[in-house]
Ligand binder design. Structure first.
Ligand code: KG4
Ligand code: ZN
Length: 337
């Protein structure tokens, strides 16, 4: 197939990101403008503020990505854009930008499911063998997904309440750490000792589902009780104990699915997959387990472009010229006109 050039757009949460990538997976430019610093002191993303910031940023990110790739919009063949899941206001900025470009320059759009993007982030530097088992752990989702073949997504299990990353963020806030809290917890845990604080490992059953609200509540109780007794929480020990329990619960389910399904390859993706303790412990389940490059674990546009290139190369890309934002789709959802 003739090589095509794709402009990929991602605005589902608090990153305004664009990538120019061709169908041989050559990345010509990738720009990620994160709003994380704007929300650091607020304890989380404020959706209304996030969408306004996307509006402020998107045109600059667009100009910058074209400049870095030394391309004009006329040289772009397809526009790939995240249409869900995510925050509705944030998604709308990206899809409306894609719709406007499509209308002005007569470019076809490939709508991309953000969760599928997280999985295909690994295809940047790994050949995926199938059947493939993927654990997506991000700020909004904790999903165990089985891919019998490329572009086929079966949701085996998911969190019944909070996402794992959200739990890291809430516990970090409880300990007066900035948002997003995952990296701060990981760092403090390095000098703490596991088991100093007794926390329950969630959902030790044989389903593929997860749960993190009980663990979060147990953390709140421990901190409250300590405050009432005027005891000081040793943050490093608390972080080590929490991180151990949260990650053990993830890996228990991954291990269960591996044993039952015997996949040809396994990946762990999404923001929490940046965590070095998770990476180290996961090797016990499968020493060849695949992780994305750290820059591709959190939200970015390259992963959106990688889904589009995979679909174009297989001849199954869903092409449209107008796309709607759909905030609550799951990983199985494919775009249909
Ligand atoms: O995938 P992502 O950028 O956003 C969503 O699509 O939700 O993931 C962000 C999440 C945040 O909750 C953040 O605290 C968590 O990933 N995270 C981490 C680490 N780095 C980011 N969690 C644990 N350890 C880390 N090193
Ligand atoms: Zn994400």
């Amino acid at each position: 197939m003739e090589t095509k050039v794709i402009l990929a757009i991602e605005t589902s949460c608090d990153e305004t990101a664009m990538c120019i990538i061709d169908t041989n997976n050559n990345v010509l430019a990738h720009v990620v403008n994160s709003q994380a610093n704007d929300f650091a002191s607020l304890g989380g993303v404020v959706p209304e503020l996030a969408s306004r910031k996307h509006v402020d940023n998107i045109f600059y990110v667009f100009q910058e990505v074209l400049y870095q790739a030394q391309k004009s919009i006329e040289e772009i063949d397809y526009i790939a854009v995240t249409y869900g899941p995510g925050l509705i206001g944030s998604l709308l900025v990206g899809v409306n930008f894609a719709n406007s470009l499509s209308l002005l320059y007569n470019k076809p759009i490939i709508p991309v499911n953000h969760m599928q993007g997280h999985i295909y982030a690994i295809s940047m530097d790994h050949e995926i063998t199938y059947p493939h088992l993927s654990l997506i752990v991000s700020g909004g989702h904790t999903d165990l997904v089985y891919l019998q073949q490329p572009n086929s997504f079966e949701l085996l299990g998911q969190t019944q309440d909070d996402a794992c990353g959200e739990c890291f963020d809430k516990v970090a806030k409880l300990l007066d750490l900035p948002y997003p809290g995952g990296p701060y917890i990981e760092q403090l845990a390095q000098t703490g000792s596991i088991g100093s604080y007794q926390l329950p490992i969630p959902k030790q059953d044989d389903s593929y589902d997860f749960s993190f609200s009980g663990l979060k509540a147990a953390c709140y109780n421990l901190v409250n009780q300590a405050q009432m007794k005027h005891e000081v929480i040793v943050r490093s020990n608390f972080c080590a104990s929490f991180q151990y329990v949260a990650i053990t619960s993830l890996l228990n389910k991954l291990s269960l699915a591996k044993n039952n399904l015997q996949p040809a390859s396994i990946s762990i993706v999404g923001g929490v997959s940046c965590n070095q303790y998770l990476r180290q412990e996961a090797k016990r389940i499968d020493e060849n387990i695949i992780f994305p490059d750290k820059a591709l674990t959190t939200d970015n546009a390259m992963m959106i472009g990688l889904v589009a290139t995979m679909q174009l190369n297989l001849g199954i890309a869903p092409i449209t010229n107008i796309v709607n934002a759909t905030p609550s789709i799951d990983v199985e959802e494919q775009w249909h006109n």
